[in-house]
Design a protein. Sequence first.
Length: 381
Amino acid sequence: MNHLSQAFNDQQLSKLTLSKNRSAQSDLKNVYGRLVLIKDEAHLSCTLRFATRDETKNFSLTEATAAIEKWLTEDFRQAELFTVTEQFSLMISKKGKGLLRTRTITNREPVSLEHNQQKQRPLADRPRAYLTSLGIAGQDGQILQNGRRKFRQINKYIELISHLLREQPLAKDARIVDMGSGKGYLTFGLYDYLVNETHLPIKMTGVELRPDLVQTCTTIAQENKFTGLEFLAGDIHQYEPEGGIDMLIALHACDTATDEAIAKGIRAEAQLIIVAPCCHKQVRKAMHPPAGLLPMLQHGILLERQAEMLTDAIRSLLLEAHGYKTKVFEFIGTEHTPKNVMITAIKSEPRPAAQEEIHQLKSQFGIERHHLEDLLLEIEH
Ligand SMILES: C[S@@+](CC[C@H](N)C(=O)[O-])C[C@H]1O[C@@H](n2cnc3c(N)ncnc32)[C@H](O)[C@@H]1O
């Protein structure tokens, strides 16, 4: 930590990396740190690389020291600190013994904090007219105080989706459908990012029950010349995708609308399915937990959480049974939204054993039906 403090205070810290996970199951894969100036003060800006997303946190020296000590105790066994003149490599054995090696570096560039700009959010580099129309930015294009949270969420979604697209790239002219697109916050953001930032021509459709929202979104799309983006009024259940679906998104689509969306994605053999479920009423009503669990589930909130876990676990297993590799994780802090569980599914091979696992879960919790299962049966027959 002395080397870290000195490099930090002398502003000679070029790079810090933490690696070699203590547990293969850990979601946090690496941490990368570099010095940045925030309000004229040096900070260590750390990118936390999780399995499916990156998170950036900025620390003062004291905070950085505490965070790194914690990471090295709980998460990682290797730290590399590069200064302008030296490289310090710390390896911690399984017994907790640290071995520090030092190497002299000859031609590393001097650290320039002015150039170490904060990592830009995907949409943060310039004003975008649709953000003004959506009430997230003001007339001058600057993000409004009360639009910041939404803007952060949109950027987070885009970061996450761009990570997934590295694993499962979309072809030119791919078809993306956003089911339950609402006011279109993510729909516009993702379309703009893919088409105008990554220069990937795609066709995108927002499907939304409320015609007033569809009308507003259509107008905004036209004003912004988003020619590959359309909004359709209607129920997900009735929606028949023209030309298939390559990537399906459904964010906070209410209750079983998430199931309707997943079923459409599976039927269309979409390469990617990304859903952030909303309320979980159907399973909660259908659930008859075993007597042994009743003391735990006597409180409404715990019963609700149990229903959420079951609903989403069964969704993920059904996706696996139908040929998808899934991940279920928290995509954003609860301070942004309490509905922060995301299920991502990438087309892969079916996992037949998942059917038996679903059967076991259902019988344990006395669930006779799960809406997604019913929809998939409809498709099969
Ligand atoms: C909570 S909003 C989320 C909107 C948007 N996805 C977002 O994350 O900002 C859910 C939206 O889904 C729409 N919706 C719910 N059920 C639907 C269905 N069966 N078909 C189409 N839209 C639906 C609602 O009208 C609402 O606008």
